[in-house]
Design a protein around this ligand. Structure first.
Ligand SMILES: [Zn+2]
Length: 112
């Protein structure tokens, strides 16, 4: 798994810990993460498009969250409403590298 820690504008030496795993399958993950160094919250998404013609296409996103947003996600009994992620500055990592994007997907690609 790619860990683009150096690209996150978090702190000098980001150290991400999984706090809450909402979804974790072979092809898709949604994980609330927190930097153990600076306390910043990140919403992490992993998605693998399975291709029968070539190598699988893996894309990952990191979106920084406020404390409030992280608490709402942490306290949700079921998968929380993540639609706000679509508007927030995010990092997207794929085989082209890392780039800043507006928002990340807010739904499960493979369904729940
Ligand atoms: Zn940090």
């Amino acid at each position: 798994m790619i860990e683009p820690k150096d690209d996150l504008d978090c702190c000098q030496t980001p150290k991400l810990a999984d706090v809450l795993t909402i979804r974790d399958t072979t092809y898709e993950s949604e994980i609330l993460r927190r930097c153990e160094e600076c306390g910043k919250w990140w919403f992490y998404r992993f998605l693998e498009f399975v291709s029968f013609d070539g190598p699988d296409d893996i894309t990952q996103w990191y979106t920084s969250l406020t404390d409030e947003e992280a608490i709402i996600i942490k306290q949700a009994k079921e998968r929380p409403d993540l639609s706000f992620l679509g508007e927030k500055d995010s990092f997207m990592i794929d085989n082209q590298g890392v780039r800043k994007v507006k928002g990340q997907p807010t739904y499960l690609y493979y369904g729940s």
